[in-house]
Design a protein around this ligand. Structure first.
Ligand SMILES: Cc1cc2nc3c(=O)[nH]c(=O)nc-3n(C[C@H](O)[C@H](O)[C@H](O)COP(=O)(O)OP(=O)(O)OC[C@H]3O[C@@H](n4cnc5c(N)ncnc54)[C@H](O)[C@@H]3O)c2cc1C
Length: 713
């Protein structure tokens, strides 16, 4: 705790204790007030302004210090100053006192509380940021919630100070009026209990829940407004219609069927979507085959000779397709039908918030539904480069139909898809040139992770051209060339095939969203419930963002499906607190939480601990001793902020940290866990050991050293 905070705490504590030590609180009792009422009335008549000011000051100080007696002071305001002036004084003094108490709690304790319980408070913080004024108003309207507790607790939350002040002022007005009014007839009050009857408290409670009811009504009105141009069917064919059978759509439909809802899943192309057919699965299968070729070529140095390594590209692509075939049943129409999902193959179009049209082979049919989930995924982003259409370009959608290994492959884009495919093709025998306009590959990754990977890719022979901005494509005779801008000059890069890997753009058009007015902004816009501006239409997966990963698509699908089926009775906000991702190059690059650059950008203090995988026994034995584990922690605290791993099986190593971060486990617990020898996972234990050494309690160790010296003597 800083000196300023400590000083303020001491001053408040000293004033609080003195108030009791000098028995000042005895003056804040009903008996004393009644006994002194005449004198106080006289004082007010003789010195109106001074009495008003002194009373105001006493009120503010006692509430700011959370001394008991605010009720008596409020009664007193009515008894001495009458209803009008009393109400003015009490409402401003109470609000100002409450505000000071709130500010003190915020200044002294908020950082500490948020630091200590940070992630556990996330949901509360988000709730307060969103609806803090409503909650506070409810608490203020019901006089049964202790005044000082509200002040102190609210100070620890992220509610804005100004919101806190004005809501308190408004919320306390009615309660204050009741007490001030009672104060004007002080003689008839024998105890504080006489002021508010059980009926009156009941009325206050009702009033207290009014803001919550108002919020509910507002959301109903919003809902009606969105639906006002459409006629709602009297009954529905389905509880849920899911558009798109990729990772997001499949999981949404699965969950709906599991909870016995009637669900229709519509897919216009291939079941399994991008991940199975053109994304994760084929790319990982290709990387695996490429690794076999790479290892075979490099086996000689370990004494294993496999002769000249040749790659039969047709067979490679056949192998990739056979992997897809092996996984296909998991996502098949048959499996989902068995699970209870009605699967429709055709193109879906949303006609109204409750009606979807399915078009298949020239035939259309319409189905009705209570809710809809949009899970239409994304497609490769292909900018409108001049000349691109003349060079027969590839994307991650079309790459899998390639029949011949390109001799010279140009990969445009330095993101994870670009890097994975560059390495795969280089290892299979293409000469790959990878072009990236930024100054490094893998922009969102940790800076040194991208450097470690780049070194490796260059070492394998990939020609990486950074700071090269693609301008246009040209055909020079039979030769295809990319013209790129580099250092303000145009450079020409020749290639046989070009793969455009410049990101993926959500599928948001052509199926009714524009006509209906579903809001989009590159992705379909959703709130934290994954709900669009139409309360019964949800979106998840690549089409909703903000991440484009299969595991995030299925994670979101759970929220979208449950919310679509159970709103307004029970809803859940999508939780993105611990999202891992992996690039499956060799070495792999795996990340969870903050990278160093993100921490710096967010002005978050952090401590870095690294372990060099070059030192790891298992990695040395496997001839893959390259990379490092980097862990970011809160300075001096056992709290993991982020982990970035470059190395063999980095994605598998990361799982331990994903679990740790999700469950609030720190490096001490990882260090105390037995890891089998020799495994790559030992790297996690070693980095925890490094962290422990760096954070060893030096003072205590000096004493322990003295203890050992004493025992030797
Ligand atoms: C080369 C590559 C490698 C990747 N590797 C990984 C990886 O290793 N790990 C990872 O987590 N992610 C990876 N991804 C990303 C991952 O594939 C996507 O994040 C994931 O597939 C998104 O799932 P989705 O359900 O949102 O969309 P999709 O899988 O795209 O599914 C959307 C489906 O909706 C259908 N559809 C669209 N419009 C309509 C309509 N009007 N009517 C009916 N059907 C419609 C489409 O045909 C499609 O089948 C990779 C992507 C690519 C391209």
């Amino acid at each position: 705790m800083s000196l300023k905070k400590l000083l303020l705490l001491l001053v408040i504590a000293a004033l609080f204790v003195s108030a009791f030590a000098f028995d000042l609180t005895q003056y804040l009792s009903l008996d004393v007030l009644k006994e002194k009422q005449q004198q106080l009335n006289q004082l007010f008549m003789d010195y109106p302004l001074q009495t008003f000011a002194i009373y105001f000051a006493i009120y503010v100080i006692s509430t700011a210090l959370s001394l008991p007696g605010a009720t008596v002071l409020t009664l007193g305001a009515g008894a001495i100053f009458g209803f009008g002036w009393g109400l003015l004084l009490a409402s401003f003094a109470a609000s100002l006192g409450a505000f000071l108490s709130f500010l003190s709690a915020r200044f002294i304790l908020r950082d500490w509380v948020q630091d200590k319980f940070g992630e556990r408070l996330d949901a509360i913080n988000r709730g307060i940021e969103r609806d803090g004024a409503f909650y506070l108003l409810s608490l203020r309207l019901v006089p049964i919630f202790p005044f000082f507790v509200i002040n102190l607790v609210m100070g620890l939350t992220p509610i804005k100070a100004w919101t806190y002040y004005w809501v308190s002022q408004v919320g306390m007005l009615l309660g204050a009026a009741v007490y001030i009014n009672a104060g004007t007839q002080l003689a008839q009050i024998n105890s504080l209990g006489d002021v508010v009857s059980a009926d009156l408290i009941g009325a206050f409670v009702l009033l207290g829940i009014m803001p919550i009811i108002a919020k509910f009504i507002l959301s109903l009105l919003k809902r009606r407004k969105a639906f006002k141009d459409y006629k709602k069917p009297k009954s529905f064919d389905n509880n849920l219609v899911v558009i798109g059978a990729g990772s997001a759509g499949l999981v949404s439909a699965y969950i709906a069927a599991a909870v016995k809802a009637k669900v229709t899943l519509i897919e216009k192309h291939k079941m399994g979507g991008d991940c199975l057919n053109t994304g994760c699965v084929p790319s990982k299968a290709l990387l695996h085959v490429a690794e076999l070729a790479h290892n075979a070529r490099n086996a000689g140095k370990s004494g294993v000779s496999v002769g000249e390594v040749s790659v039969d590209f047709k067979q490679v692509m056949h192998q990739v397709q056979s992997v897809i075939k092996d996984i296909e049943p998991h996502d098949s129409v048959e499996r989902y039908t068995k699970l209870g999902v009605n699967v429709e193959q055709g193109s879906a179009k949303i006609l109204s918030p409750w009606e979807v049209e399915i078009e298949s082979e020239g035939e259309t049919k319409r189905i009705t539904t209570r809710s809809i989930i949009i899970a239409t995924g994304a497609k490769p982003l292909v900018p409108n480069f001049e000349g691109l259409d003349d060079v027969n370009y590839l994307t991650s959608d079309t790459l899998w139909d390639l029949e011949e290994l390109p001799k010279r492959l140009l990969v445009l884009g330095g993101g994870s898809i670009g890097c994975e495919l560059s390495q795969a093709f280089q290892r299979l025998g293409s000469q790959v040139t990878q072009v990236e306009m930024a100054e490094r590959l893998m922009g969102p990754e940790d800076e040194d992770a991208s450097e470690l990977l780049t070194k490796r890719l260059v070492h394998e022979g990939i020609d990486i051209k950074l700071n090269h901005k693609a301008i246009r494509f040209e055909k020079k005779g039979n030769e295809s060339v990319l013209i790129a801008e580099h250092n303000d000059k145009e450079v020409a890069i020749a290639f046989d095939k070009v793969l455009i890997a410049l990101g993926r753009q959500p599928n948001i058009s052509g199926f009714g969203l524009e006509e209906l007015g579903v809001q989009t902004n590159k992705t379909v816009s959703t709130n934290q419930l994954l709900q669009t501006n139409f309360p019964n239409i949800y979106a998840c997966g690549d089409v909703a963002g903000p991440y484009q990963f299969t595991h995030v698509a299925s994670h979101q699908a759970w929220y979208a499906a449950v919310n679509a089926l159970f709103d307004p009775f029970k809803t859940f906000r999508a939780d993105y607190s611990v999202i891992p991702w992996v690039t499956y190059t060799s070495p792999q690059v795996a990340n969870v939480g903050l990278t160093e650059q993100q921490a710096q950008k967010a002005n978050k203090e952090y401590e870095v601990t690294e372990y060099d995988i070059g030192e790891l026994d298992r990695a040395i034995a496997d001839d893959s001793a390259y990379g490092r584990v980097k862990v970011l922690t809160k300075p001096g605290k056992d709290e993991i902020l982020g982990v970035n791993i470059v190395g063999p099986q980095a994605g598998e190593l990361l799982a331990e940290y994903v679990l740790a971060m999700k469950q609030g486990i720190g490096l001490n617990k990882i260090l105390g866990t037995i890891h089998s020898y020799p495994t790559l996972a030992e790297a996690n234990k070693y980095v925890a050991g490094e962290w422990k050494r760096a954070n060893a309690p030096q003072k205590l160790l000096t004493w322990v050293e003295k203890f050992h010296r004493w025992r030797r003597s």
